[in-house]
Write a protein that binds this ligand. Structure first.
Ligand SMILES: [Zn+2]
Length: 338
């Protein structure tokens, strides 16, 4: 196939918009809250270059704000997201499947607000309803930390807490299902016993064996529920040299081999833009406490999304399968649950 025809094929595959279910955008917007048009100037060009359609915008509270300021910072992050989306004139916050479809049809970039770790709720179940009203539609109960809902999966091959969810965590899952909030099992500890629905951003332990990633058994559980697993770009391999686009596609292939291509999606978790703003001391803290992220050189931000599609073509994926991976599978879940 000629270079031109491959580029045309990528154009066609991206025309409906790519869906990435995990991006730590709100925390960066919040840290830069003294400025305006951060989204339009620092992120929108990359979203446009990558042909992005829907992005899971993750509320995440850094340790420095916990426990006292978790709720306040979460509200601040959501507020910044709405304000910045409006200023950008191209982005919009979506709450329903209909709003998602409308955003894609009108070539806007839609945000689905997600929450990574329920620290902002403390142990107050009522606050879930408040965040639902603010637009939160996906909730991951824990990050690597322990909170009132449960214990996260750690960045090592063993050693996570033997307990999964607490009684409060179980109540939260039930309440999420009642309200119409998607339960996200990213960072879940293997001992958790809820039925899985989606994992917005993770990798297979076959290639990178840490408990923060998921085992074949967990992948099969998600397949049984016809959920979707978003493949993460920063935990594909324990080594930098083998953290490549091909390895990213190996994860896609492995999950598809186990549970079918209908259950695989994108959860890039592009984090390099935050990491590079950190002082060395904070990078060292992360390496010791969690892990050192390995960025894939040609898959580091949203402008690189086309590189993935090119690689999928090169690896022999058909157009129908690529469209499902880039968008269709997530849309199926949104249609069912939102
Ligand atoms: Zn995460």
């Amino acid at each position: 196939m000629s270079h031109v025809s491959i580029e045309q094929r990528v154009d066609r595959l991206h025309a409906g918009g790519v869906i990435d279910m995990h991006f730590d955008l709100p925390m960066d917007l919040y840290e830069k809250r003294g400025r305006s048009n951060v989204l339009a100037t620092e992120f929108l060009p990359e979203f446009e270059a990558g042909g992005m359609g829907i992005i899971g915008a993750a509320i995440y509270i850094e340790d420095q704000y916990l426990p006292e300021r978790g709720l306040q910072v979460a509200l601040g992050q959501i507020a910044r997201l709405y304000t910045e989306a409006e200023q950008s004139k191209r982005c919009v916050v979506c709450r329903t499947h209909e709003e998602i479809s409308r955003a894609l049809d009108s070539k806007k970039i839609g945000f689905l607000i997600t929450m990574e770790g329920v620290e902002p709720l403390g142990d107050d179940l009522d606050l879930l309803r408040a965040f639902y009203e603010l637009g939160v539609r996906t909730i991951g109960l824990t990050h690597a930390r322990t909170n009132a809902a449960g214990h996260g999966g750690i960045f090592a091959a063993s050693g996570s807490s033997p307990e999964g969810l607490t009684p409060f965590g179980r109540d939260l899952v039930r309440e999420c299902e009642k309200l119409g909030v998607i339960v996200d099992l990213a960072h879940i500890n293997p001992a958790a016993t809820t039925k899985p629905l989606i994992v917005s951003h993770t990798n297979s332990r076959k290639f990178y064996d840490v408990e923060r990633n998921i085992s074949d058994e967990q992948i099969k559980m998600i397949g049984q529920r016809r959920g979707v697993i978003g493949v993460n770009s920063v935990l594909v391999s324990p080594k930098q040299e083998t953290s490549t686009l091909d390895c990213y596609v190996d994860h896609i292939q492995h999950i598809a081999d186990l549970i079918g291509i209908d259950c695989v999606g994108i959860g890039f978790d592009f984090f390099e833009f935050i990491y590079r703003q950190w002082p060395e001391s904070k990078k060292k803290w992360m390496a010791e406490k969690l892990t050192t992220p390995h960025f894939i050189p040609d898959l580091t931000n949203h402008s690189h999304a086309r590189n993935l599609t090119r690689k999928l073509i090169e690896r022999g994926f058909g157009d129908d399968d690529i469209e499902r991976l880039l968008r269709g599978n997530w849309l199926r879940v949104f249609k069912e649950l939102l």
